[in-house]
Write a protein that binds this ligand. Structure first.
Ligand code: GLU
Length: 503
């Protein structure tokens, strides 16, 4: 088919926040639409009122905006095919279900509460399913006269089920998975209209995809088992089905299965693009945005989670992703999520954001009411940049260039809390004071000087501890040079006093 008029949709149910898998589905739809100058549509599938969560819609819109993958059409964006909420299209579904009833592709079923039946089957080690094998033994319009049906409809509640014709090997094609054959003997007669008159996902989704002229259905693998039902629904309504592409699952790299909306507690990595406030408890779960990930890095990482452009590069702008994207290059099997890789992506983008780091650091310094020359700040940034993955990390890796440590790392402090250390620190101080004057206080000179010192490693460690407050930080000679002789000596003095106080 011609790809000129590509129309794809992201069709979330507003049952909570989007997780990584959901946002990746939106991204792939977006990339595909943009690649083919098509339209990316946002439809809210809100027929299941029991699971409806009010704040999900604004969450979805905000998350897409943050990722810079905004829809062309749909909820929040308008368009010809409105309304884009399924809850506002119930009459439309009713019309089509009536057509299906008339053509004999659907039937009324009065046995709504099937729990007892399920239990009985369970006892016998069987699974109950309302299908072509048993529907003629059940309480439905296929097993009664017109008159009986008429009476029943007036007095009883009912659902409307799709009538699957057995005995067919249904051939289908999925762009990612290739040919798929399903034996219709194994399908059950799914409910299309619930007893409250509301369409189920299957009916509403199929009708809307057709009416909204969707050309490609790109969605998660969890919907693959529904594909046969949807294809049969299209056929029953006399419509040509769209193209289908079912995306691989995103798996947790601890082997504990897939990432899903209902299973978000046990992750040791963020699962939401932006923060989610749990409506009941008001607990806020931070998302990638709040944790300091750049949207470009997040989107870049997500794009490669199940798709591979086949070239040896990993950093792509959104426009490059659009140019390279193809559904055929999406992997079939589940993909493992790796937070280290996500951080790696952020780092790559961070390297190009030095101005932002500068602004962040300047603000941080202001909050401490201290002043430093621009040049000094830039130097600090160059010296510590390679240690950070996020802008906010710059402070914990560089504070000691600006302020004296306000506390010392406890276990090492305990270890050195003795007279011997005081003597060592006093000696070290003397070495510096006698051998090196103010304008020679450079890392090169200091390095040379230390070569001749006995116990140099121990002394260097003590210097580091005095200046940084822990054994962390960059090259000690550079720290000494940056802080200068006077400030360095002050900090050594401070540590000596702290030890004296404790012993
Ligand atoms: N409402 C479905 C969901 O939330 C959409 C599935 C589809 O794209 O067909 O996953």
């Amino acid at each position: 088919m011609s790809l000129d008029s590509v129309r794809v949709r992201f069709a979330p149910s507003p049952t909570g926040p989007l997780h990584l898998g959901g946002i990746r589905t939106a991204l792939y739809n977006y990339l595909f639409a943009k690649k083919h100058n098509g339209a990316f549509i946002l439809r809210i599938e809100d027929t299941d009122q029991k699971r409806f969560v009010k704040s999900s819609e604004s969450y979805i819109l905000e998350a897409l905006k943050w990722c810079n993958i905004e829809p062309d059409e749909g909820v929040g964006y308008g368009g010809h095919y409105f309304p884009y909420y399924q809850s506002k299209r119930l009459d439309v579904y009713r019309t089509y279900v009536n057509k299906l009833l008339k053509k004999g592709n659907a039937y009324y079923a009065f046995d709504i509460d099937l729990d007892q039946k399920r239990k009985e089957y369970n006892h016998r080690g069987l699974i109950f399913s309302y299908n072509s094998k048993i529907r003629m033994d059940l309480n439905n319009s296929l097993t009664m006269t017109e008159k009986q049906l008429h009476d029943k409809l007036r007095s009883c509640s009912y659902v409307i089920r799709f009538k699957i014709e057995p005995g067919e090997k249904l051939k289908m094609y999925d762009i990612i998975r290739g040919n798929i054959i399903v034996d219709t003997d194994n399908l059950d007669d799914k409910v299309l209209l619930k007893s409250d008159g509301v369409a189920t996902y299957h009916l509403a989704n199929t009708i809307d995809d057709y009416l909204m002229k969707i050309t490609h259905v790109i969605r998660g693998e969890e919907w693959l088992p529904s594909m046969s039902l949807h294809v049969l629904l299209y056929r029953a309504l006399g419509w040509t089905p769209p193209n289908f592409a079912h995306l691989p699952l995103i798996l947790r790299n601890n082997g504990k299965g897939k990432i899903s909306k209902r299973n978000t507690d046990s992750f040791n990595f963020p699962i939401y693009p932006i923060q989610w406030k749990i409506p009941k408890t008001k607990v806020v779960i931070p998302g990638y945005r709040e944790l300091g990930y750049f949207p470009e890095a997040f989107v870049n990482m997500l794009a490669l989670l199940g798709w591979n452009p086949g070239i040896k590069r990993e950093i792509f702008s959104l426009q490059e992703l659009i140019n390279l994207f193809s559904l055929e290059k999406i992997t079939k099997s589940g993909v493992y999520f790796n937070i280290k890789k996500a951080n790696w992506f952020n780092k790559k983008y961070l390297n190009k954001k030095q101005e932002e780091i500068f602004v962040f650091l300047s603000k941080k310094i202001k909050t401490h009411s201290i002043f430093f020359k621009k040049n000094y700040l830039w130097k600090v940034i160059y010296l510590t940049m390679d240690r950070i993955h996020f802008i906010h990390e710059i402070w914990e890796h560089s504070f000691y260039f600006f302020i004296s440590p306000s506390f010392y790392e406890a276990s090492f402090f305990k270890k050195i809390c003795n007279e011997k250390t005081i003597v060592q620190l006093e000696n070290a101080k003397k070495i510096l004071l006698c051998n090196i004057n103010l304008n020679q206080f450079t890392s090169i000179n200091l390095r040379c000087l230390f070569k001749t010192i006995k116990n140099k490693h121990q002394i260097m460690q003590l210097f580091r501890f005095s200046l940084v407050g822990s054994l962390k930080g960059i090259d000690i000679f550079i720290i000494l040079e940056m802080l200068g002789k006077e400030e360095s000596m002050r900090r050594v003095e401070k540590l000596i006093n702290q030890i004296k106080e404790k012993i």
